[in-house]
Ligand binder design. Sequence first.
Ligand code: ADP
Ligand code: MG
Length: 147
Amino acid sequence: MALPFFASGTVVHGFGRGSKELGVPTANLADEVVDNLPDQLTCGVYCGFASVNHGTVYPMCLSIGWNPYYKNEKRTMETHIMHSFDKDFYGEILKIVIVEYIRPMLDFKSLEELKLAISSDIRISTEKLLEEKCAEFSKHKFSVHLS
Ligand code: ADP
Ligand code: MG
């Protein structure tokens, strides 16, 4: 797999399917970023780091895919940043580095199952990203690749 993978682009509106209502907003990256993803980056959940408008670098959890639960017809890259922002950042620049693969996309039978999976993804991502081999990407490598 082509990891780590660095990308940056504009935050666009998603499908308004209520990620925020689940308590987990996901910043969707513009189509041109999604279209330039290497084929090796298969659909699934990944963890890494992100920054908005060249600001602070935070841990993030990302999904790439056709989300089966919502029967998406379009590929998406959705980043949940583990930080509480004061306001939305649509239209701003999101830089990410995808560091590790977590799991494949799954077809959840209920919203409850989906919610449990999301909180587990966030917990696993947060833990993994503290490991030095991951954490290094939040530092110099992040700014070097994405200045
Ligand atoms: P949409 O369907 O438009 O993507 P969401 O409910 O997924 O709507 O909310 C995503 C938006 O929430 C992002 O585009 C961003 O502007 C905002 N946002 C606020 N806090 C966060 C966060 N911690 N991580 C990701 N996006 C966030
Ligand atoms: Mg979203």
